[in-house]
Design a protein around this ligand. Sequence first.
Ligand code: PRX
Length: 644
Amino acid sequence: MANGSKLENNDNTNNISLEGKKIKKIKNKAADNPDQFWSECAKNLVWFKQWDKTVDWNPPFAKWFQGGKINAAHNCLDKHIESEIKNKAAIIWEGENGESTTLTYNQVYCKVNQLANALKKLGIKKGDRVTIYLPMIPELPISMLACARIGAIHSVVFSGFSSQSIADRANDSKSRIIITADGGYRRGKTIPLKDITDDAVKKSPHVEKVIVVRRTNKEIAMGEGDLWFEDIINQESNLCESEWMDSSDPLFILYTSGTTGKPKGVVHGTGGYLTHLYNSAKWVFNFVATDIFFCTADIGWVTGHSYVVYAPLMHGVTEIMYEGAPDFPDQGRYWDIVEKYGATILYTTPTALRAYMRHGDDIPNSFNLSTLRLLGTVGEPINPEVWLWYYNVIGKQNCPIVDTWWQTETGGIMVSMCSGIENIKMKPGSGTFSLPGIEIEIVGEGGEKVESGKKGYLTIKKPWPGMLLSLWNDDERYKKTYWEKAPNRYFAGDFAYVDKDGYIWILGRSDDILKVSGHRLGTIEIESAFVSHQSVAEAAVTSKNDEIKGETIIAFLVLKSGFVSSEQLNREMNEHIRNTIGPIAVAEKIYFVNKLPKTRSGKIMRRLLRSIVNKETIGDITTLEDEASVEEIIHEINQIKKYI
Ligand code: PRX
């Protein structure tokens, strides 16, 4: 095997630390003097002014590199413009319809500056919020970097979300501008992004202007406040000074699902976040000048923010950005892209791999994948058999796999093998160990450390530079969600255990958050959307294990009197979810039931519903208000109004 990494069972090195000597040394340094360690890490960035204090930790609020002045766009672009990287490809973009284009660092730099000037002319200042609702086209990172350049806070909304979702986010952040496109392509269809945005603007009183990128050339209606992206940037100079930001000034808000109906605005700062990204990318991916990095994540989610936009550009590597679906026009799309552009690192999701694996080895085997040197996964647990398929069929046993655990809130990777430090024995399905400086502990209900092999809650013991600053306008919710469940620690909301060799195994969420095709959705958010339909009295959402998507959404609905279940109502309900959240939240199955199982204190027992739909043993139901309701639901599920 290349690079010295070993698969479990290949060599049994009992009694030897499996974590690796080099990484242990770095970790010890970080543990002995965290301030000095993170300070060294921050020196890899370009600062306008050096910080006075590494971290101002006022639990649970951290201000990293206090007193330091920095700009994210400057770190991604300007530093390369003065080097031989200037004319190197930054982004190789491929549209779903086969179009492609390559932008050099200098070209991205010029466009970012032009847009930054245009935004300034529109009155956008440091601290203002800009909502970005774009498909995976180069104008998306360009827009983010233009905001960063002038100190505006970007809030990217995934282009699969509905107009209601845009409006909710634009209202919460009080965005003054939305940047969108005339449309986007997904599985051959055109998504009318401008129409969806127009709908959102009607419900977003703070939005003054909509900037529109021409992507599909379809006829669209341009209203009074609408401007063409190309028109406004063409009038501008390609020089715009970077704003000197305080290290802990917000760089962006990214809304993500939590355990209540309302998505929360995760706020990331500048200097700390970039320090975490720069170093985690170096440790995990070991970027080198010749790399062609292919991260398949959509920028609408955190992986795209961190490892499509900020980390690779800070490192000056060439990256591939792909607009569309992995299975369009056929089941070889990612492999075709790897071959065509000679990708050296592929970073993707278990869902995509499971879908490809189902179609057999012949398809990937018909492509030349020999340029790959490293493979990565993210977003959900990877089944060992899928891991092995990735390793054998895609990597031809030559590429180590980095299974990276992290979250929107953590900013960057927290658990992974660090291929850039040293490869170690890999265990399919385990992320291996935490990154340098990151101290993870698995705890029980009372916050006590659990022994190895025992399942518990994943917590993080010390602040780290990439951690969220807070939740937008909601410090209380920030404290309650992350810092009160385990004493003095960050509570991640995941179940995990540590094995006898110290390897970390992530076991999935411990709360009401689902991972559908790796996308994060809150059960209560989906329930609220169902209940906003005129016919629904009550809703309970749970998930069923799924071979491809990891989990799928199952809904139980109690109708208001006067409404009866029907196939028509089922369709209407899914349409309603599509319009309130987006197609990713559509239920796999809807069951219309007479009542929901609740505890005596009135809480819906989603855990019970989950066991029922997955045909698992039903655990303790002594707190159930009415035990008979379980029988009733099982009976209903077995015989009943089930619409697919
Ligand atoms: O449950 C964990 C799962 O994804 C959650 C975070 O979701 P999100 O904020 O959307 O960020 C996803 C991309 C970083 C986590 O709480 N998760 C993420 N990576 C892994 C994972 N579960 C298992 N293994 C992973 N490698």
